[in-house]
Design a protein around this ligand. Sequence first.
Ligand code: XMP
Length: 517
Amino acid sequence: RILILDFGSQYTQLIARRVRELGVYSEIHPWDMDAAALRAFAPKGIILSGGPESVTEAGSPRAPEVVWSLGVPVLGICYGMQTMAVQLGGAVEPGAVKEFGYAEIRAHGHSRLLDGIEDRVNAEGHGLLDVWMSHGDRVSALPEGFKRIASTADVPLAGMADEARGYYAFQFHPEVTHTTQGTRIYARFVHEICGCGNAWTPGNIIEDAIAAVRRQVGDGKVLLGLSGGVDSSVVAALLHKAIGDQLTCVFVDNGLLRHQEGDQVMQVFARNLGVKVIRVDAEARFLDALRGVADPEAKRKIIGGLFIDVFDEQAARIEGVDFLAQGTIYPDVIESAGSKTGKAHVIKSHHNVGGLPEHMKLKLVEPLRELFKDEVRAIGLELGLPAEMVQRHPFPGPGLGVRILGEVTKAAADTLRLADHIFIEELRRAGWYERTSQAFAVYLPVKSVGVTGDGRRYEPVVALRAVETVDFMTARWAHLPYELLDLCSRRIINEVPGLSRVVYDVSGKPPATIEWE
Ligand code: XMP
């Protein structure tokens, strides 16, 4: 396994994913990881990430000294290269500004890491690679034992190596897709230089997780809040395989779910897989609680609070529960962990153990805690969940509650569900569902005039929204073909009663958010 020490780069998670895609387990830990914990992790190789700080400033982060005494290969990226240089006796000079961009690097001499990896070869026979570079501080003198292995027009020391110790470093980012040979560079590092195999596959992940759950749970009983979302669905399938009937799922149908979503959840889990699922039909309670409430944050609070109440009532009825399972995934853990100086660990707020009655004192089971979303999807498929469920776009906890603007009513929810279903069905048919990150319909409580046949309509409007995004922090609206929008608009107006008009949202994030509330 590979240890990644995080100096705060926005690309650290990408490094971990690249390594895992190569079949090698990797974990991200803060740069100031405890020396004993680092030894206990027993890495076969260590990667030092990039970071926003400057090694030329007093008090800036350094890799723990133990890194250099384990006798394992080390790869430094950007800041990781600079800290490697200063810690091993080289020098770094400050850059005026930090800039990112394309660069062409030229390989120098021979190195186990780069030999034969190139996009082109120049007239003198040197390998050339297109890379994603971060300019800023740069290494100005190599530490003893190192040689130069890469340069660019601006940066004479863009890569260095001490082959005897297996230490390598680059000023550019091989984990970013713009570095076209990046995956080959990581493959060379983890497989050949560190000697890692490629055993991190969905089948093995499942086997390991099942063994770990059985060890943790023994013959105890486990409770899971099943929402129909990807993470809780995969937890349910995994736990069912591991401990069968020791698992009970509670599925709260709040009446704010997508078209036929509740029935699908029951079909897949209760009927097909034989999972014990208690479906709580709480639509009326949610709609009652939401009556007359128009403010988005007030609606969120009501829906979140009532969910916990309903879930707790069910949980209290089940005898002898020892554990609560949660679909926490690796990005939640890394984002909330940080370095010792960073933020404290917080659990995802929605299906939160904090809401359970004090006397239950449940221990947590989090079998996806070490997995990235793409790995969760891969094991979901391997466990036999339908692709449609596993590849589904994210859906907010408050559901249609925040997609019906203003007051939520059953009529509006029914109308919206149908319009949304048609939109998604046509996106899937046209091959656009996979090309968008999130797509849905929004119910606008403004009335507009329309005509159908001889009749005049004065009805609400539905807005369609489809976005492309990597991290959901920024997003661009999807440039869907006009013909597809036209088809969705005509089907929605014809098939869904009580609507006058369909509009398409062409706002990016920022300035707009993805949801309308
Ligand atoms: P925004 O609207 O903030 O959405 O651009 C970003 C992502 O977060 C989801 N979202 C939520 N998820 N509870 C959730 O579980 C919420 O209250 C909530 N609000 C927004 C949204 O669907 C998008 O994927």
